[in-house]
Each structure stands twice: as structure tokens, then as C-alpha cells.
Design a protein. Structure first.
Length: 182
């Protein structure tokens, strides 16, 4: 994939690690596949937003790899850099299958919804869920990762259970719009 100059420049400016860049490219390729399939089936998808959002969703990892903080940093950076609100929201709402305001409060995050709403936000979040490092796997692999989190962090069970439910809904919606199977 040809990475747009604006993305390369931001990756360089913030010193995003090579493995994170590769991950973002893999997510972007998967996300575009879903977007193109959905378009062929008559859905309107902003592919530019999907591309830029996917390539920049993890730029906050240049600051922190904390799973519960990096997406806030991504949104902060993209906002400060003047990127379109559509792209900022994709980054802010990409984590796992999203976080509700109530969950955010319990997790010690600013109390607001971080749930993917637009098709573009859902496509990037979902593509990220099934992409491990730079390898696209399947939805079962994502569920197995949640199981692993449960065994390692049983205190997060309330969150992983809610995530499972949301992630399954998102998978079904992605299959419905794209005609693909995950
Ligand atoms: Fe992320």
C-alpha cells in the first residue's frame, strides 16, 4: 500500500515505531477491503476517512502503549494536528469494541462514550480487532484474546463480557454490510 504523505509526516514527527506502522498498514488494508466490499453492496463509505483513520489510529502509541490510554493520545495528537473530526473520532473510538461512558468512569477515563458509531469508525475498530501485529486473523482469535485477558486480569471480567457482546454485534454488522466472513 502507498502510505499518504500526511501520514508518513506524522509518523516521523512523533517517532512512531516501525512495528506499529506495519500494524497500521495491515489494519488499513483489511479496513479498505471491508469498505470496498460494502460499497459494492450499495453502502456509502468514506474510504479516505477509513484509510487515514486506520493508518493513524495508533499514533498515540508513540507516547504510550497503555491499552486504556493510547487511543486518547491518538485523538489528542490528531486533533492538535488539525485532522478532520471524522479521523479524530475513528482514533478515539477504535479501542477493542469501544467503551461506554459508564465503563470509562469505572476505568478511570474521562467520562464519555468511546463507542464506534459511524460505519467508518466501526470498520477500523473491527479491522483492528482481527489484526494481530501485522497479521490479519479471524474473529475467533479476538475472542480467544479476550479469554486470555480474563484469565490474566479477572478483575476486568465486567468489561470483557460487555466487549464480547459488542464485538459480536459489530462482527455481524461487518459481515452483513460486506458479505465477507470473519
Ligand atoms: Fe489501538
Amino acid at each position: 500500500m502507498r502510505v499518504p504523505e500526511i501520514v508518513e509526516k506524522l509518523w516521523e514527527k512523533y517517532g512512531l515505531e516501525e512495528n506499529v506502522r506495519k500494524h497500521c498498514i495491515a489494519v488499513a488494508e483489511m479496513a479498505l477491503k471491508i469498505a470496498e466490499s460494502a460499497e459494492r453492496r450499495g453502502y456509502r463509505v468514506d474510504k479516505e476517512a477509513v484509510l487515514l483513520g486506520a493508518l493513524l489510529h495508533d499514533i498515540g502509541r508513540a507516547i504510550t502503549h497503555d491499552p486504556f490510554k493510547h487511543f486518547l493520545k491518538s485523538a489528542e495528537i490528531l486533533k492538535a494536528e488539525g485532522l478532520d473530526e471524522r479521523i479524530v473520532k475513528i482514533a478515539e473510538r477504535h479501542f477493542s469494541a469501544g467503551i461506554s461512558a459508564e465503563e470509562a468512569k469505572k476505568l478511570g477515563l474521562p467520562e464519555k462514550d468511546y463507542l464506534p458509531e459511524s460505519l467508518e469508525e466501526k470498520i477500523v475498530s473491527f479491522a483492528d480487532n482481527i489484526t494481530f501485529s501485522s497479521t490479519v486473523r479471524d474473529f475467533d482469535s479476538f475472542l480467544r484474546r479476550l479469554d486470555k485477558i480474563d484469565s490474566e486480569n479477572p478483575q476486568l471480567r465486567w468489561f470483557t463480557d460487555a466487549t464480547r457482546e459488542r464485538a459480536i454485534k459489530m462482527k455481524l454488522e461487518m459481515e452483513e454490510i460486506s458479505g465477507m466472513r470473519f
